[in-house]
Structures are given as structure tokens and as C-alpha cells.
Design a protein around this ligand. Structure first.
Ligand code: ADP
Ligand code: C5P
Ligand code: MG
Length: 202
């Protein structure tokens, strides 16, 4: 055993179902879910944040916030969960999204973390867009609209796919087909997590 943070990165296009599946994993396995997007939205909404406006622009444009900001939010939450709740297994959702995220994470966090897996939700672009447009009817998000979604999909293809390919070469990727109903997707997710857990305990 080590006292490092255990981490599973959760990646996939916008609307692929990352948050939905993370909620299920939390219920079943008790891990801590940290969504980079949720943390950035919360920071954007802080009246005193020096980064609020910068974050708001990136979110609307579907571009990626500089890693120093995102990584410090993630690190703060990981530290808090470990110190307050004695939790050390994290689902980090929507990160790393580009090479800047990856490099920043590796220099700041890699010595503190056991990266267990990169769980990738594979979903056709059209399904992703339709899900986000549907979510946009109630989400109140500034980026669940057609214009932002085109940019978000482009960012995923141009900037996030290379990160997934990097982790594939490291043999860390577990891919799940995410076009199916939620519970069917979760059956596969469960099997993958159980395997990771059994390796963790051996
Ligand atoms: P992400 O975090 O990857 O952007 P979400 O988990 O927020 O995606 O899901 C996007 C939208 O699609 C939500 O409205 C959610 O209820 C819906 N959704 C998630 N998974 C599925 C699924 N397997 N089938 C149909 N709709 C889904
Ligand atoms: O993951 P989610 O869809 O909630 O992300 C919403 C937006 O937050 C992204 O389109 C991007 O602008 C921003 N984000 C980011 N860096 C991350 C994760 C999210 O800049 N690692
Ligand atoms: Mg999400």
C-alpha cells in the first residue's frame, strides 16, 4: 500500500456520459468524483475569483483553461478529501483535455499519484451533440448550444484525442462504448473497475 492518491481519468466527448457514469461509480464503489468542468464552473461563479472572466470565455468557446488553474482546483479538492474524509480514490472527469493539461499534471502531480486507468467513453459525435442539446434545455450551461458544441467537438478531436492516444500507448486506456442505454454502459464500467480494484489489492 502507498499513501499516494489513486486516480482514474474519465474522458470522452461532450455528452458522452462521463458525469452520469461517474455518479453510478460513486454509488457502487464510493470513490470521489471530481469533474474538472464542474470545478471550473464553480470557480467562474465565485465573485472574488481572479480567474472568473478567463474561465467563462474558455467555457463558452469550448477551449481549454490553462492547466495551472484547473490543476490547482483538482489538487485542492484531492487534498481536502484525503484530509477531511480519508478518501484517496478519485475519478477525475474531463481531464487531461489537451497537452497543456497533461504536461502540467505530470510535472505537478505525477509523483503524488497512482494513475490506475484512463476510462474513455466512446460515443459518435452526433449522439454527443444531441445529448448536450437536450441537456441544454434545463442545464443552464453557457456551452450546451449549437455554436459552442461545434467548438467543443473540434477541441475534443484536435486536442483530447491525442491525449487518449498517448495513454493508449502507455497501456492505460479502457474504452467503453457509450452509445447504449446508461445501465448497459455501466455493466461494462463495473467490470473494468472491479478488475482495477482486484489488481489494486493484489
Ligand atoms: P458528459 O459529462 O460526458 O458531458 P453527461 O453525463 O452530463 O455527459 O450526459 C449528457 C446528457 O446525456 C445528460 O442529459 C444525460 O442525462 C444524458 N445521458 C448520459 N448517458 C446517457 C446514455 N447512455 N443514453 C442516453 N442519454 C444519456
Ligand atoms: O467536462 P465539461 O463538459 O463539464 O467541460 C466544460 C468546459 O470546461 C470545457 O468545454 C472547457 O471549456 C472547460 N474545461 C477545461 N479544462 C478541463 C475541463 C473542462 O478548460 N480540463
Ligand atoms: Mg460532465
Amino acid at each position: 500500500m502507498t499513501d499516494k492518491y489513486n486516480v482514474i481519468f474519465i474522458l470522452g466527448g461532450p455528452g458522452a456520459g462521463k458525469g452520469t457514469q461517474c455518479n453510478k461509480i460513486v454509488k457502487e464503489f464510493g470513490f470521489v468524483h471530481l469533474s474538472a468542468g464542474d470545478l471550473l464552473r464553480a470557480e467562474r461563479n465565485e465573485p472574488d475569483s481572479e480567474f472568473g472572466e478567463e474561465i467563462a470565455q474558455h467555457i463558452k468557446n469550448g477551449s481549454i483553461v490553462p492547466v495551472a488553474i484547473t490543476c490547482s482546483l483538482l489538487k485542492r479538492e484531492m487534498k481536502r478529501s484525503k484530509e477531511n474524509d480519508d478518501k484517496d480514490f478519485f475519478l477525475i472527469d474531463g481531464f487531461p483535455r489537451n497537452n497543456d493539461n497533461l504536461d502540467g499534471w505530470n510535472s505537478e502531480m505525477s509523483g503524488l499519484v497512482n494513475l490506475k486507468s484512463v476510462l474513455v467513453f466512446d460515443c459518435p459525435k452526433k449522439v454527443c451533440v444531441d445529448r448536450c442539446l437536450e441537456r441544454g434545455k434545463t442545464s443552464g450551461r453557457t456551452d450546451d448550444n449549437k455554436t459552442s458544441l461545434e467548438k467543443r467537438i473540434q477541441t475534443f478531436t484536435d486536442s483530447t484525442m491525442p491525449v487518449i492516444e498517448y495513454y493508449r500507448r502507455e497501456n492505460l486506456v479502457n474504452e467503453v462504448s457509450a452509445e447504449r442505454p446508461e445501465d448497459e454502459v455501466f455493466e461494462d464500467v463495473k467490470r473494468i473497475i472491479q478488475k482495477i480494484q482486484s489488481e489494486n489489492n493484489s
